[in-house]
Design a protein around this ligand. Structure first.
Ligand SMILES: Nc1ncnc2c1ncn2[C@@H]1O[C@H](COP(=O)(O)OP(=O)(O)OP(=O)(O)O)[C@@H](O)[C@H]1O
Ligand SMILES: [Mg+2]
Length: 422
């Protein structure tokens, strides 16, 4: 530490001195931008790996494109588009295909007199009825000022209906990740606006996208009935389709010959195991490229893909740990802090009580802790198995999945756990 602090603490005017010192020693200072320069050797355009990027070709989704086109297609002829649900697991192309169809609609309407507007809303960020209303108002009537806060919800709705009635056109609203909306009354109000005479001129259609297959079942029956039976289901990609998606992305994102032969097939195979998730496949490919840069290599190899798989998996676990509630962190802390390879629930409970005592938290009952253990198991952070002890009944044995050091490091980001470590 001593060695480096000499340089770090130097005022700006002192930098030349440091460089001179290094020169005198005859050794060349390392180029701080070496990796950035190496990156250019591998990557042509990292923008194509961004979640917002829409590729020029969509692989294996012709039927889904046609189905969504069929739902919003009436708008092309000035007619009422339909309401519908779009379903499928994560990373199977629901968002990108829907955006592609909307862009296509805009292209086909270009130059033709029309009164169609579409609003694409990501409900992960815009997750309350008021925020959604404001977003719609903003797209349909950008010049009309809507107060960011301070109005009653009914007033926000009144402003929305006024804007839509004044627009007097066809409005298509896409609610992506709709299951993240805090209050689904907005769905009812939007889909029933015409029937309830809130919308007297023009029309409104709502397309909901979700990867939560149980979402629909949780909706109010009246809301559900406004959607009718229209839905588009996206199935997972197989390894060949993932391979084609990656080939296209690689052509745009990587320099020629930057990828070893095994790289794309391996990324595709890993992602196919993960329920055919294209996002995962693309993420793996980009991460493998970054690891190759980190090795100062000019070619991405199989080892980089394997490294990327481990890195992404670990990062995902770390993020899950970060967002755990405090009591669950306490249970996890009790599990990973032990040096035993496997722990039974009695032992975990004893250690857990120690942890909460030191953290000055409430002590939950053994049954509650047992439920928290099951949840940690479901999140994949621990591995729990039930073992029979003959006439003594059954015991649940638990072992951590991620290393003690890594888990504790993340837990200690939470100041309470950090104090405990001191
Ligand atoms: N058929 C395809 N062709 C090319 N790229 C695709 C295709 N399907 C998906 N992708 C790419 O995979 C990534 C994930 O796709 P998308 O965001 O549409 O998934 P999703 O189904 O909406 O997932 P989630 O439910 O998590 O929101 C994006 O980068 C997208 O560009
Ligand atoms: Mg999506």
């Amino acid at each position: 530490m001593e060695k480096y602090s000499r340089y770090v603490r130097l005022p700006l005017s002192g930098i030349s001195m440091v460089l001179e010192d290094l020169d005198k020693g005859g050794s060349k200072p390392v180029d701080p931008f070496l990796l950035q320069k190496m990156k250019k050797g591998i990557f042509k355009n990292t923008g194509v790996f961004a979640p917002t990027y829409i590729p020029s070709r969509l692989i294996g989704r012709d039927q889904e494109i046609l189905n969504i086109g069929n739902i919003i297609g009436p708008a092309l002829d000035g007619e009422h588009p339909h309401n519908a649900f779009v379903y499928g697991k994560t990373g199977v192309g629901k968002s990108v295909v829907t955006k592609y169809v909307l862009l296509n609609l805009a292209e086909q309407l270009e130059g033709i007199e029309n009164n169609v507007k579409s609003v694409f809303i990501n409900c992960r960020q815009i997750n309350t009825p008021i925020k959604i209303i404001k977003k719609i108002c903003n797209i349909i009537a950008p010049n009309v000022e809507i107060p960011p806060t301070g109005l009653a919800t009914s007033e926000y709705y009144a402003r929305l209906w006024k804007i839509l009635n004044d627009f007097n056109g066809i409005t298509i609203i896409v609610l992506d990740e709709v299951d993240k909306v805090e209050n689904d009354s907005i769905l009812y109000n939007l889909t029933r606006a015409e029937e309830n005479l809130d919308l007297i001129t023009g029309c409104l259609s709502v397309l909901c996208i979700s990867n939560d297959l149980g979402y629909k079942a949780r909706l109010d029956v009246r809301t559900l009935s406004s959607f009718g039976i229209r839905e588009v289901i996206f199935s997972p990609y197989d390894a060949n389709q993932l391979g084609d998606i990656l080939e296209d992305r690689a052509k745009e994102g990587f320099n020629e010959k930057a990828l070893g032969d095994e790289v794309i097939p391996l990324c595709a195979a890993f992602a196919a195991q993960e329920h055919g998730d294209a996002r995962r496949a693309i993420e793996l490919l980009e991460c493998a490229g970054e690891l190759a840069v980190g090795r100062k290599s000019d070619k991405v190899q199989e080892e980089d893909v394997r490294g990327a798989e481990i890195k992404i998996e670990t990062d995902r676990f770390m993020e899950t740990i970060r967002t755990l509630p405090t009591q669950q962190k306490a249970v996890l802390s009790a599990i990973v802090s032990s040096d035993a390879r496997e722990l039974d629930t009695d032992r975990i409970y004893i250690d857990y009580r120690e942890v909460v005592k030191r953290l000055d938290l409430d002590t939950l009952s053994k049954i509650r802790v047992s439920i928290l253990i099951s949840e940690l198991d479901m999140l994949g952070l621990i591995d729990a198995r039930v073992m029979s002890r003959g006439r003594y009944g059954r015991v649940r044995l638990v072992r951590p999945v991620i290393s003690k050091e890594k888990t504790l490091r993340v837990l200690e980001e939470d100041y309470r756990f950090n104090l405990m470590a001191e």
